[in-house]
Structure formats: structure tokens, C-alpha cells
Design a protein around this ligand. Structure first.
Ligand SMILES: [Zn+2]
Length: 102
């Protein structure tokens, strides 16, 4: 049985989208607005298999953004300007190291 709030008796859920839950329209709209106005979209460690989020790189490309991926074999790899097949932790550490050395 799901945990319930002692006061209002509603089911207590974490503030995340669980698999199978719909994405709130306002969240997707905000993501869409950001992607349509970005110049670079980094796809970090996400396999792009869950819709509607999986469509966001296509929107970015359509609006002239460059995309970069760190996950192995994504449908957008052939359109990506940079594809790095490395573990996300290693990739992020290298970026941080390079930024510190600028
Ligand atoms: Zn409550």
C-alpha cells in the first residue's frame, strides 16, 4: 500500500516523474522553449528512449543548435556535432579539468 499523508490522506509521492506517469504539460513546454532557443544541447547519459523527451534533440537541430552526446548509439548521433562514447563521469571530469586550466 502506498504511503499516505497523515493530514490530507493523499498518496505521498517523490517530486519526480515516475515511469508511466505523464509529464506535466508546463514542464514539457518549458523544456521545449529552452531547447528551441539554445545554441548547444548536451545529451548526457540519457538514451533518448522515453517520449516526448526523446524528440527534444530534433527540435534543437531544427532550430539551428549544435548537439553533443555522451551515450552510446543514439538515433541523433549522425546529426551530432560531437559524439563522445565515454562514461559520463569521465567525460564531465575532463570538461571540468579543461575549464579549470583555461
Ligand atoms: Zn497532505
Amino acid at each position: 500500500m502506498s504511503p499516505r499523508c497523515d493530514d490530507c490522506k493523499k498518496t505521498i509521492k517523490p517530486d519526480v516523474i515516475l515511469f508511466g506517469d505523464p509529464l506535466p504539460a508546463s514542464v514539457y513546454q518549458e523544456a521545449t522553449d529552452l531547447v528551441m532557443n539554445c545554441t548547444l544541447l548536451l545529451i548526457l547519459g540519457f538514451p533518448l528512449v522515453v517520449h516526448p523527451v526523446a524528440a527534444l534533440p530534433g527540435l534543437a537541430l531544427k532550430n539551428g543548435a549544435k548537439i553533443s552526446s555522451t551515450f552510446s548509439r543514439l538515433p541523433y548521433d549522425r546529426y551530432a556535432h560531437v559524439v563522445v562514447y565515454r562514461p559520463l563521469g569521465e567525460f564531465c571530469q575532463e570538461i571540468l579539468d579543461r575549464i579549470e586550466n583555461l
